[in-house]
Ligand binder design. Sequence first.
Ligand code: FNR
Length: 359
Amino acid sequence: MLMTVQDFETAARRRLDPVHADFIAGGAGDEITVRANEEAFRRLRLLPRVLRGSAERSLDITVLGGRARTPVLLSPTAFHKLLDEEGELATARAAAAVGAIMIVSMASTVAVEDIAEATRGAGETADPAPLWFQLYLQPDLEFTRTLVRRATDAGCGALVVTVDSPVRGAHERDLRNGFLDLPDGLRCEHMAEPGEGGRVRPIAMSPEISWQHIDWLRGITSLPILLKGALHPEDARLAVRHGVDGLLLSNHGGRQLDTVPATIELLPEIHAAVAGRIPIVLDGGVRRGTDVVKALALGASAVGIGRPVMWALAEGGEKGVRRLLELLREEVDHALALCGASGVRDLTPDLVRAPVWPD
Ligand code: FNR
């Protein structure tokens, strides 16, 4: 029975081509940060309040103008058609059904216009959770501008700019497996030139991308911008100064620089650095409702999940992802009840205890 995120991982591994299983699970270098993300959540303890709960608990959140029925959103992950025939269409329908925000990866195997179309009417409310669009700023700014326009026209509610990838992370599992490209028949739709058989550009990771490019982006779009992958508190302060609207505190699931800290360990420091001026979404190692509660209590407005969505998609397609999102929602609700909270708003830092915590 699929009762936990761990169950989805185990079930997916039974089905997946081991090369694809490695692509999902793997990280950079020795995968120290991959493990650290989960271990850091496990080290934290919850300290509940008593005699103040309520029968009705709200898991609704609003972040950057986007309303969602769950604080768990789908972080951007590449290549969903590797895992399911329908790829991102299946993922997006499941997210819409549950009322979760989905961040569409620039490296998706379905175009953002088609994903947006698939989610119309898939949700249960008239006010569906938004799609956001993730991009790596390309040195070809005209091409980047086209992508921003496409995401905007498709109705995306925010842009998520990933800045932790001046060069590609060293994914040694993929290198050993020779998994360096998508199989024939699949492509990154956003990188394809229009028309049949058009050229597909490689996604450029460029060390020359700088704050000036963020300023440029700020100047060409009125959509909220989230910066994904800034970890240093000074960069968090700079983000605010450059007009960024939110942070996605992420170490790319341990897939870029190995040995960086777990994101949950950094959260208090980043929270202090931005001092409430912009919201923080956190991802990396979130596997349980209690992890979600810990992150929200320490100041995150929402949390993202990456690998669990891919496992659920591989295991059960659209239904699998829907079940995964529902079970995490149930776990969060259960943890809220046991913490004496009537909603995510009641979560405060005093509910979390850390055996070892930086000043
Ligand atoms: C990712 N991630 C990612 N991030 C991004 O900005 N653009 C992308 O295209 C991808 N693609 C991608 C593929 C795969 C297979 C994984 C596992 C991850 C990173 C992702 O958004 C997120 O930061 C992490 O996955 C969060 O950690 P967990 O939940 O996987 O532990």
